[in-house]
Design a protein around this ligand. Structure first.
Ligand code: ATP
Length: 331
């Protein structure tokens, strides 16, 4: 596996600047998750590294070697797309073997057989190896797509929401399995997801993109606890961080325009009276929707709470984050 470095990389589609002067290192063995809303440039970043797109400016290095003039095959990256992309006329076994038989890798047949067995086991598809790709369910096809990357030992795995089309149980199982495989292989991974749990549990580092720019890079915990802006604070955490006018509870720094309160950073029992507007019981947690001076707030409460809409709850902030008028963090 390898270090992958993007250095001042920019790329436009026509007049749309998709990636804007992006500098980022994916270190050997790191699991980097890219976060950002739709259109932020996540997929384009993966396509630039894989060689499916060429940067207009900047350099991309794999293990110190500039790869911008190399073909995707020469770069030796493995990409998994959100939508499976299998060869429909081939069996699962042939699909998995395909990348290993490339003229560049030329893997011996006994090793191909061993790798296919291993990967099929991990992905729970050994009984499907002789099926045609078209004879699989959507979830099975996506597992084969992931398997096609995992049979290889590329310089980096690039995965674009690989689990998003799977059902909840399979997604949870494969999340744990992918993380285990990555850690045990010491694989370098760049992974796009909108899933909060995947980002928090799989990533060693999170990169937050905003309109093609990297606005923060750090451990999931840093991004969650110490965001540089309101935009970054809104990318991690479910329910999302509450953003309210800075003065609602008093005591805000003078420059502050907005107070950011994560659901778990709202203490109940003392402070300003708020009105319960909705109680959402999710089983393991109960979300409390509150109204305070005309603002909606979402917080968490005891799963067995007796609170009902119309009740009054006194609340006060604990560990608030403050942001200025431009959304930059000031405290
Ligand atoms: N083939 C294309 N032609 C023209 N514009 C494109 C093309 N692909 C992407 N774009 C534009 O480039 C920008 C970045 O797109 P990109 O797909 O990288 O975003 P993303 O963060 O991956 O979004 P999503 O979460 O929806 O996948 C967007 O404004 C998008 O509309």
């Amino acid at each position: 596996m390898s270090d992958v470095l993007l250095e001042n990389v920019s790329m436009s589609y026509g007049s749309t600047l998709a990636v804007d002067n992006l500098t980022m290192t994916v270190s050997d063995g790191a699991f980097v998750v890219l976060l950002g809303p739709t259109g932020a440039g996540k997929t384009t970043t993966l396509r630039l590294i894989s060689g499916l797109e060429r940067p207009d400016a900047g350099d991309i290095r794999i293990d110190g070697r500039s790869v911008v003039n190399e073909t995707p095959a020469q770069r030796d990256v493995a990409m998994v797309f959100q939508q499976y992309s299998l060869y429909p006329h081939m069996t699962v076994r042939e699909n998995l073997a395909f990348p290993l038989r490339s003229p560049i890798l030329k893997t011996p047949e006994d090793e191909i057989a061993r790798k296919i067995r291993e990967v099929a086991e991990v992905l729970s598809i050994p009984h499907k190896l002789d099926n045609k790709a078209t004879e699989l369910s959507g979830g099975e096809m996506q597992r084969v797509s992931i398997g096609r990357a995992l049979v290889r030992d590329p310089s980096i795995y690039l995965m674009d929401e690989p689990l998003s089309s799977l059902d909840a149980k399979l997604r949870a199982d494969l999340r744990v399995e992918l993380k285990r495989i990555q850690a045990s292989l010491g694989a370098t991974m760049l992974y796009v997801t909108h899933d909060q749990i995947e980002a928090m549990t799989m990533a060693t580092h999170v990169g937050v993109l905003d309109e093609g720019r990297l606005v923060q890079f750090g451990s999931p915990r840093e991004i969650y606890e110490d965001p540089v802006s309101l935009y970054v604070a809104g990318r991690l955490g479910l329910p999302r961080i509450n953003a309210l006018p800075a003065g609602v509870f008093g005591g805000a720094p003078t420059e502050a325009k907005t107070i950011g309160l994560r659901p778990e950073h709202i203490a109940h029992g003392e402070g300003k009276p708020s009105t319960v507007s909705r109680v959402e019981r999710l089983g393991d947690q109960t979300r409390l929707h509150l109204q305070l001076d005309g603002h909606d707030i979402v917080t968490l409460t005891d799963p067995h709470t007796d609170l009902e809409p119309g009740d009054t709850v006194a609340i006060q902030p604990r560990n608030a984050l403050y942001f200025d008028a431009a959304g930059a963090r000031i405290a």
